[in-house]
Design a protein around this ligand. Sequence first.
Ligand SMILES: [Zn+2]
Length: 244
Amino acid sequence: MKAMVLLSGGVDSATCLAKAVRKYGSENVIALSISYGQKHKREIEASDKIAKFYGTEHIYMDLTDIFRYSGCSLLSHSEDEIPKESYDEQLKKTDGGPVSTYVPFRNGLFLSSAAAMAISKGCSVILYGAHADDAAGSAYPDCSEAFVNAMAAAVYEGSGKTLRLEAPFVKVSKAEVVREGLELGVPYELSWSCYEGGDKPCGRCGTCIDRAEAFRKNGVKDPLTEEAEKTEKTEKTEKTEKEI
Ligand SMILES: [Zn+2]
């Protein structure tokens, strides 16, 4: 049995990939990463490292053109600033969501594209890492349980009942996803969540805040920020030594 996993390079999809590899074996898992015209390449680079870590086939697809009319702040053609506040704060201003980093129907497109490719590659299941926090307050309506169920029904019917869509985290929080990922030994230091594409996560955008909270609730430091802090310390020491 073969599985396809949508791999963005973030925490949730990396955990999904780990789950799939454990269940089906790396030789039976295909990771699919999709560009949508985001402002930086960090996520795609992260997805490459994670797929390599697990030894799965990795397919890359570019759907940038579909979003050319969108003003979403994540997109490279948008001049809007990416909000530097938590999703809760953002939702207070949106009157029932979605937030400005919602890419219009992106996950619907991703899942349809994954389904088309999964059928051709002989997969019988697609795994998708949406979780309950992302759908809260309709921040990202294409992460909700209702959306997932509707897409799952469409994929199943449209594939001639040969392909299923599973979203194993749709009912749980991001902290719960991290808890499971820590048990599975997911290499979170290779992942990337921040909406900005700097050398290290900005720590201030919605997804950075969410990510930090999920690790904090598990009583551990995020290995990615820990690594960034170590590099920063080394660089500082080297600089001071040079000055001396
Ligand atoms: Zn950030």
